[in-house]
Design a protein around this ligand. Structure first.
Ligand code: FEO
Ligand code: CA
Ligand code: CA
Ligand code: CA
Length: 658
C-alpha cells in the first residue's frame, strides 16, 4: 500500500469508531484545529458547544489553575525552571549515602565503592514521610530506582564500540552496583533539603542483592539454577524502571527489559514458548559485559537464570535487612511501573503497563484485604489475587479480563495448566484472551482526588493504519497509525470520586490528550484549545499527581526537531482540563522522571536520567564521555554528566504550580 492510500484510509478509520465518546472529542478537536487559523475565538467556542464538550469550548487565558510562567522551549547543556522557583541538586550519581561512603572517584570506582553511593540513572522516585504513617513534609525516605547504566558515558577512555571489551572487572562490578534501588533518608532545614548519611534505613540494592521469589511461579522448575535448586531465590534486580508505593509503605519496582544483560544465543534455550513473546534483540545482549564476571548471565551456563527477572520486586524500606521479594503473581513482562490503590472493599489494586509496542495494560487485585492497623498483616498480600488485562471497546467501555489458568481460553492444552504457566508467559496468556495492544504503555496512575486513572502511551511508529493487521492496526484506544507522538488515556472506574472501585470488572474510558503539535493538522493532536507553542508535547512517559489534583507528565524521547524532554503540568478537571504548561526542562539528552510531591505540595522531586546521552550539536547518540551533550550538573571538564535527583520549591514557600 502506498503512503497516499494510507492517508486516504484514515478518515474511514475515524468514522469506524465514531460512536466512542473519546473519538467524538477527537473529531471535534481536529475540526477545530483546522479552523483555528481562520475563525475568531467565538466561532471556535460555538464549535465546541456543538460537540457538547466543555473542553472544546474556547477557554480564557486564565483557564488553568497553574500560575507559573511557562518556560520557552530550549535545549542546551543546563536545566531550566520557572521564575520564582528554586532548583536544588539533592543527590548525584556517586554521592555518599552512608557515613563511610568513599569519595566519588572515577579512577578507583569499583563494586564495593558503588554499593555505598547513590546509583546511576535514577528513575522512579517517591517520598515516604518519616515517621512512617505521618504526613511529614520535611523528613522522609526517598525510594529511588536506578534503571540502567551507560558505561561508555561513565568512564573516560571507553567508547560505545569498545567498552564491552575494555571495561575492567572493577568497572563492570561498579556498573552492577550502580543500578538497582537506593533508599535514602532526607531532611529539609529551611528551604534546603539534605541527605541524612547516618539514616538507619539507608540502603543500596543492586544486581547482586539476594532476594526471594514468591507467588505462583516460586519453586517452578523453570526458575531453578545451580545457585538456587529451590527456584525461590534470586541474586539481584535489573532494569528497575518505574514503580509504586503500597499503602503499607513498601516500594514496588518494575523490572523492565532485563534480557539486555544476558549473553548467548537465546534460540538455544529450552523454553522457546516463553522466548517467543520476549521481543528479544540478540544484537543488544550483554550490555554491561557482566557475563565476563558472572557466568550465570550466560545462557550456556544457566539456561534458567533469565526467567528470574522482569518481575515486580517488593522492598520494605523500614527493614534494611529484609530480603526484597519478587512477586510473581503480578506477571512477567517489561514492567514499567506498579501504581497501587485500595478498592472500597479493602482489596489492593496494582496497575501496570508493559512497555513495548503493541503490549498491554494489566491490573492485579489482591484476594485479601489491606489491614491499615497491622502493617505486618499486609506482608504477603501481593502473593494471592487475580491478574487481568485490559480490553477497550468502541462504546467507551473497557473491561479487565482475568488471566487465570483453567479459566476460559487459558486451558492446559493452550499451555496454561497452572498459574505458574500464566505468570511466566503473561503476554501469551493476554494474547489469547483478546487484550487490546497498546502503543508502549508507561505511566499509569490513579488520580488521588477523582479516582480516574491516567495512562501514557509513549509512541509507536510501527502502529499501522486501519485494516492492515488485526493486532498492529489502529484500535479504539490507540487511534493513530503510525503514532510518533503518543497519547494519554483517562480510565474511569465506577463509584464516587472519593470511593472509586478500582477492582471493578468494567470501567469507562476516554482519550485525554493526543500528543503532537496542535499547529500541524497532520499530527491530529488533541488538547485544550489554549495550548501554547511551548505547552504541547510528545512521548509522554511518567505521570505524577500533585496534592491540588493536577497531573505532571514527563516525556521521554521527542523527535529531534528542537524539542527537549521536559515536564508539563495540567489540570484534569474544570476549565483548564488538558491544558499543559511547560514547567521544567532537564539538560540535553536527559529525561526527567517520576514527578513526586510532599503531601503539602511544596517540594517536587524529579529524577534527571541519562543526561548527555545525546550530542548537543546534532542530537545523535553520544558515543563517549568526550562527546556527551553535557556534563551537568557539575560542569567540570574531567567529569562526566551525572544523573541526579533534583528538588523544585517555590521561593515564597508555596505550593509548586500554584
Ligand atoms: Fe524504563 Fe518504560 O521506561
Ligand atoms: Ca519509563
Ligand atoms: Ca524512560
Ligand atoms: Ca520511555
Amino acid at each position: 500500500m502506498t503512503d497516499r492510500q494510507k492517508t486516504r484510509e484514515r478518515p474511514t478509520q475515524r468514522r469506524a469508531f465514531a460512536q466512542s465518546y473519546g473519538s467524538l472529542l477527537n473529531e471535534g478537536f481536529n475540526r477545530r484545529t483546522l479552523l483555528k487559523g481562520f475563525l475568531a475565538t467565538t466561532a471556535v467556542a460555538a464549535m465546541g458547544d456543538a460537540f457538547g464538550v466543555s473542553r472544546a469550548a474556547a477557554a480564557t487565558n486564565n483557564a488553568s489553575t497553574l500560575t507559573f510562567t511557562e518556560l520557552d522551549r530550549v535545549r542546551d547543556a543546563a536545566d531550566h525552571w520557572p521564575e520564582g522557583y528554586d532548583r536544588q541538586v539533592l543527590l548525584r550519581w556517586g554521592d555518599a549515602i552512608f557515613p563511610d561512603s568513599p569519595e566519588f572517584d572515577l579512577a578507583t570506582l569499583n563494586g564495593a565503592a558503588a554499593e555505598r553511593q547513590f546509583g546511576y540513572n535514577n528513575d522512579f522516585t517517591v517520598f515516604l514521610p518519616l515517621p512512617i504513617g505521618s504526613k511529614s513534609n520535611d523528613h522522609g525516605l526517598l525510594l529511588v530506582s536506578h534503571e540502567y547504566a551507560s558505561p561508555f558515558l561513565m568512564f573516560p577512555g571507553l567508547t560505545v564500540d569498545d567498552y564491552k571489551e575494555k571495561m575492567t572487572e572493577d568497572q563492570i562490578r561498579a556498573v552492577m552496583a550502580s543500578t538497582g534501588v537506593s533508599v535514602v533518608e532526607v531532611k529539609r532545614t529551611g528551604a534546603q533539603w539534605e541527605v541524612v548519611k547516618d539514616g538507619q534505613y539507608n540502603r543500596r540494592i543492586h544486581m547482586g542483592t539476594e532476594m526471594a521469589m514468591s507467588g505462583p511461579a516460586a519453586g517452578d522448575d523453570r526458575l531453578k539454577t545451580k545457585a538456587d535448586p529451590t527456584g525461590t531465590v534470586v541474586f539481584g534486580t535489573i532494569s528497575n524502571c518505574n514503580g509504586g508505593l503500597t499503602p503499607w509503605g513498601t516500594m514496588l519496582s518494575g523490572e523492565e527489559g532485563a534480557m539486555d544483560v544476558f549473553a548467548g544465543d537465546y534460540k538455544t534455550l529450552a523454553n522457546q514458548e516463553l522466548v517467543e513473546r520476549q521481543g528479544w534483540d540478540e544484537d543488544e545482549n550483554d550490555i554491561y559485559a557482566v557475563s565476563r564476571v558472572e557466568p550465570r548471565f550466560k545462557f550456556e551456563n544457566e539456561p534458567n537464570e533469565w526467567m528470574k527477572f522482569d518481575w515486580v520486586v517488593e522492598i520494605d524500606p523500614m527493614d534494611p535487612t529484609a530480603k526484597p521479594i519478587k512477586r510473581t503473581a503480578l506477571g512477567r513482562m517489561t514492567h514499567e511501573g506498579a501504581q497501587v490503590s485500595v478498592a472500597p472493599d479493602g482489596r489492593v489494586v496494582v496497575f501496570m503497563g508493559d512497555d513495548d509496542d503493541f503490549e498491554y495494560l494489566y491490573r492485579f487485585v489482591t484476594r485479601d484485604k489491606f489491614n491499615p492497623d497491622d502493617r505486618a498483616a499486609n506482608k504477603d498480600l501481593l502473593d494471592n489475587g487475580t491478574l487481568s488485562v485490559a480490553q477497550f471497546a468502541s462504546d467507551g467501555t473497557m473491561k479487565w479480563i482475568p488471566l487465570v489458568a483453567g479459566e476460559g481460553l487459558l486451558t492446559a492444552e493452550a499451555g496454561f495448566a497452572t498459574q505458574a504457566d500464566v505468570v511466566l508467559n503473561t503476554r501469551a496468556a493476554a494474547d489469547l484472551v483478546g487484550a487490546t495492544p497498546m502503543d508502549a504503555p508507561e505511566g499509569f496512575i490513579p488520580h488521588t482526588g477523582t479516582g480516574k486513572l491516567y495512562v501514557a502511551m509513549t509512541e509507536n511508529e510501527d502502529r499501522l493504519p486501519a485494516g492492515e493487521d488485526d493486532r498492529e492496526s489502529v484500535n479504539v484506544a490507540n487511534p493513530r497509525g503510525p503514532n510518533p507522538h503518543g497519547h494519554l488515556l483517562e480510565l474511569v472506574p465506577p463509584g464516587a470520586p472519593d470511593k472509586p472501585d478500582h477492582a471493578a470488572d468494567a470501567f469507562t474510558w476516554d482519550v485525554f490528550v493526543l500528543c503532537g503539535d496542535p499547529a500541524k493538522p497532520e499530527d491530529e493532536s488533541l488538547y485544550h484549545a489554549d495550548t501554547t507553542a511551548n505547552g504541547w508535547f510528545t512521548d509522554p512517559d511518567n505521570i505524577g499527581v500533585d496534592p491540588a489534583g493536577r497531573i505532571w507528565v514527563t516525556t521521554d524521547g521527542p523527535p529531534p526537531d528542537g524539542m527537549a524532554d521536559a515536564v508539563y503540568a495540567m489540570d484534569t478537571e474544570g476549565e483548564g482540563r488538558a491544558l499543559p504548561r511547560l514547567f521544567y526542562i532537564p539538560p540535553t539528552g536527559s529525561e526527567a522522571c517520576s514527578p513526586t510531591f510532599t503531601s503539602d505540595g511544596t517540594s517536587l522531586f524529579l529524577s534527571v536520567q541519562h543526561p548527555g546521552e545525546l550530542r548537543l550539536e546534532d542530537m545523535e547518540d553520544a558515543s563517549s564521555m568526550a562527546d556527551a551533550g553535557t556534563n551537568w550538573p557539575d560542569f567540570v571538564d574531567t567529569m562526566p554528566a551525572r544523573p541526579s535527583l533534583v528538588v523544585l520549591t517555590k521561593r515564597d514557600g508555596g505550593v509548586v504550580g500554584s
